[in-house]
Design a protein around this ligand. Sequence first.
Ligand code: FAD
Length: 261
Amino acid sequence: MSKPQRPTPRVLTVKNAYHLTPNMIRVTFQGEELANIYEGCAGANCKIFLPAVGQSREDFAQELATGRPTVRTYTVRAYRADVMEMDIDFVDHGDNGPASRWACSAKTGDFMGFRGPSEVKIKDFYADWYLVAADMSALPVASAALEAMPRDAKGVAIFEVTCAEDKQSIDAPAGVEIQWLVHADPHQASTAQEDFIRAMDWPTGVCQTCIAGESGVIKSLRGFLAKEVKLPREDVYISGYWKIGLIEDEHQKMKRAEAAA
Ligand SMILES: Cc1cc2nc3c(=O)[nH]c(=O)nc-3n(C[C@H](O)[C@H](O)[C@H](O)COP(=O)(O)OP(=O)(O)OC[C@H]3O[C@@H](n4cnc5c(N)ncnc54)[C@H](O)[C@@H]3O)c2cc1C
C-alpha cells in the first residue's frame, strides 16, 4: 500500500520577532494561513521549512509543493485562534544552523513553511507528582506542559539555561518547585540536570515526566529512569531534541538507528 500523501506545508508570515531572553528568540506568526489549527496545541511539535536567503515567497511556495527545502523540528509555544497567531521560540545558537540563523534575522513580513502541529506530548495528567526537566530547546514543551497541568499539581521542574537572564516566567502550578541551573556553554556536555535529579528526595506515588533536551543528557537520564527508578514507560515522556556536534538530520538518523538496535 502506498504511503498517504502529506499535506503541502502552509507558508506562515512573521508578525514580529524579538529576543525574549538573551539566548531565546520568540517569533510570532500571524495570518489566515493559521486558521483551522486545533486549539490547545501549545507544546506539540511541528516541522518548519526554511527559505533560502533572498528566495521570493512565490519561489519558496513552489519549492514547498515540489522540492525539499531545509526542514527542522520545533514546538508550538502558543496558539491564539481568535487572532490567528502562533508563537515559536527558537534557541539562538548563532548562525551555525539554518533554523537558528533564520530566527536571528527574522523580521516582520518574512516567511517560512509549517507542517503540523502533531498531538501534544502529554494528553492526560493523572500523576501524584510531576518531574519536568529541560534545556533551552525544550523550554517550550516543558512550559506548555506546566501551563496545562491541573492547578493543584505537585512536582519539580529543572531548567538548564545558558545564562541567568534566560530564566523565563512560567505559569506553573504553585505546587511545582522550579529550579534554574546555568550551564554557560551548551556545546560542552553537562551532568547538572541528572546530578540534581539523582540527589532529589523522590516522593512516593505515580510520577509522570516531561523531559527533553540534548541527546547525551537524555540518554543517560532515560537509563536512570528506566533501570534505576523503574518508572513505567507509559508515564514517561523523554526525548532527545538535538545533539552536540550533529545537525538535525544526522541526529534523527542516529535516533532511528538506536531505536532499531
Ligand atoms: C520534538 C522536537 C521539538 C523541538 N522544539 C524546539 C523548540 O521549540 N525550540 C528550539 O530552539 N529547538 C527545538 N528543538 C530542537 C531543534 O530541532 C534543534 O536544535 C535543531 O538542530 C535546530 O536546527 P538548526 O538549523 O538551528 O541547527 P542544525 O543545523 O540542526 O545544527 C547545527 C549545529 O548547531 C548545534 N545545535 C543544534 N541545536 C542547538 C541548541 N539548541 N543549542 C546549541 N547548539 C545547537 C548542532 O549540534 C550542530 O552542531 C526541537 C527538537 C525536537 C525533536
